[in-house]
Design a protein around this ligand. Structure first.
Ligand SMILES: NC(=O)c1ccc[n+]([C@@H]2O[C@H](COP(=O)([O-])OP(=O)(O)OC[C@H]3O[C@@H](n4cnc5c(N)ncnc54)[C@H](OP(=O)(O)O)[C@@H]3O)[C@@H](O)[C@H]2O)c1
Length: 328
């Protein structure tokens, strides 16, 4: 596997990471043993980059990763996000950008992950009511105190990236990016390149849709957060299935699965783009890692662009409340 330097860090990371969100959400039906086996399989296959958040499973995800890291800590780089305080009725999230919150959650993450220093600590969302200089200033103090090696941002706009870097080097941006979510192409990726930052593409499989995981909405369990997404509303879902059918033909020609095609497309966008597909089982994990060996030609990329140009998907990538909190 060809490793690459991640942003301005001294970490050598695999071309793909592993997103751990769905190993802890929803909690019902989670299979911790299988999740740990999937992480171990990832490490054995050379994947050395995990993504998590203090919010995932309200701390469960960190505790799960702590178990998976036993005896493997030196082999793995953990990117962990701050999350945001959630309202008791889970109706929404509130600012996780205050210096107090960031400091507290960093310490809690260290305790739950059972490690002495975080590799990369990421602020999940920029809060327009908290100057980014204050948030990043607090994160810089965590670096000085040895609580994290590096800091990063998620869903930040180009202006915030620039302001943040004036306070302290930000090593990467995490943002939704996939065949059907092309927003980062409108300035965020360029802002990262201007600052030598890495880019972590989250939800690279369109939350499972681009992997063909769901063909009918009934396959999603009641309470699944995807049911609140515009793209998973009945009419949009049907339209998006028509796009998926076209992707499927190309995937078959390439002897690839849909998931592999979606991941290979992302990795073809540049060495600095690291997709972090979520996979909580070994079979999905193994399939996804094989995408690293798939080479897409210029012609393949042009065809993919024709099938799914920016804006092709029916429905926005997030609902209105979520959209109000991103790309700030
Ligand atoms: N910064 C942020 O705000 C933010 C937001 C969302 C996510 N993230 C990060 O990004 C990671 C990935 O995002 P995501 O989980 O939302 O979406 P995703 O990676 O696009 O899709 C994950 C879904 O695809 C399924 N899947 C994976 N491989 C598959 C395969 N080969 N065939 C069929 N289905 C497959 C998974 O099923 P199984 O789980 O059953 O394997 C899961 O339901 C998360 O784990 C998290 O670390 C960050």
């Amino acid at each position: 596997m060809e490793y690459r330097t991640f942003g301005t860090t001294d970490f050598q990371v695999s071309p793909m990471g592993l997103g751990c969100l769905r190993m802890s959400e929803p909690r019902e039906g989670a299979d911790d043993g299988e999740s740990i086996a999937a992480m171990h399989m990832a490490f054995d296959l050379g994947i050395n980059f995990l993504d998590t958040s203090a919010n995932y499973g309200q701390g469960h995800n960190h505790e799960l990763i702590a178990r998976a890291l036993k005896g493997r800590r030196e082999d793995v780089i953990v990117h962990t996000k701050s999350g945001s305080p959630r309202t008791p009725d889970a109706s929404g999230s509130r600012s996780g950008s205050s210096p107090d919150y960031l400091t507290r959650v960093c310490e809690e993450s260290l305790r739950r992950l059972e490690i002495e220093t975080l590799d990369i600590f990421c602020m999940s969302r920029v809060d327009p009511n908290v100057p980014i200089e204050e948030s990043v200033g607090a994160m810089a103090r965590l670096v000085e105190q040895g609580k994290t090696r590096y800091i990063s941002l998620s869903e930040a706009g180009a202006g915030s990236i620039q302001r943040a870097n004036k306070v302290h080097p930000v090593v990467s941006l995490q943002m939704e990016y996939s065949l059907w979510s092309r927003d980062p192409e409108s300035g965020n990726i360029q802002a990262c390149r201007d600052h030598g930052m890495g880019f972590m593409a989250y939800s690279p499989l369109g939350r499972g849709f681009l992997a063909g995981q769901f063909r009918v909405l009934d396959e999603l369990e009641e309470g699944d957060a995807r049911l609140n997404s515009p793209r998973f509303q009945p009419e949009n879902f049907q339209q998006n299935l028509r796009l998926l059918a076209q992707l499927e033909s190309l995937a078959q020609e390439k002897s690839a699965t849909l998931a592999q095609l979606a991941l290979a497309w992302l990795m073809a966008q540049g060495n600095d783009i690291i997709p972090i597909p979520g996979a909580k089982s070994r079979n999905h994990l193994e399939e996804n890692v094989k995408a690293i060996d798939i080479q897409l030609t210029k012609d393949d990329l042009a065809r993919l662009d024709k099938i799914m140009p920016p804006g092709a998907a029916a429905g926005m990538r997030l609902n209105d409340a979520q959209l109000a909190r991103v790309n700030i």
